[in-house]
Write a protein that binds this ligand. Sequence first.
Ligand code: CTP
Ligand code: MG
Length: 181
Amino acid sequence: MDTLGVVATALWAMLPAYVPNNAAVLAGGGRPIDGGRTMGDSRLLGDGKTWRGTATGTLAGTLAALVLDALSPAASGLVGHSLPGFPLTAGFGLALGAMLGDIGASFIKRRSGRERGAAFPGLDQLDFVVGALACAFVVAPAWFGATFTLPVLVVVVVATPILHVATNGIAYRLGLKNEPW
Ligand code: CTP
Ligand code: MG
């Protein structure tokens, strides 16, 4: 596969994992998942992880995969490369995994004494990638193996932090997010 094909495949395959966090920012609020519970001196997860944000994010990512499937023939023609399709399990796994990775990161942040919204460079940019890939691997192993070849994985790990910083910067400037990370 040529470089353009690898990059296009990586970004396309990860789109259902990129959508959930952004949807959660827009839809978040309401009851926190941890119900206000604490562990030691800190909240278990904090007020930034809500049921509504998590459910909306997962749904939005799953729907994104369905939309991508519909656009796939046209997009494949444009980049001159056959882009991956999404079995329902794969789209759902990527979306739910992205949310779970982000939730896991909040758990780690609270344990390390960081308040809600505090930055944790590296973790903030890759938590949802690790969650999405792990979850997709569990629920759709054959699809995962065929889609995420080593070169594709390398592009995902390098390109995602760049995209994450850019989109969160935009969300911050638009007043949608409280912090630019
Ligand atoms: N959000 C949510 N549910 C989630 C993830 C995010 O409701 N599972 C919403 C919250 O309103 C949150 C916002 O999206 O404040 C931004 O998400 P994020 O940056 O992940 O949360 P923070 O508020 O920064 O909290 P943390 O320090 O725990 O990451
Ligand atoms: Mg944050």
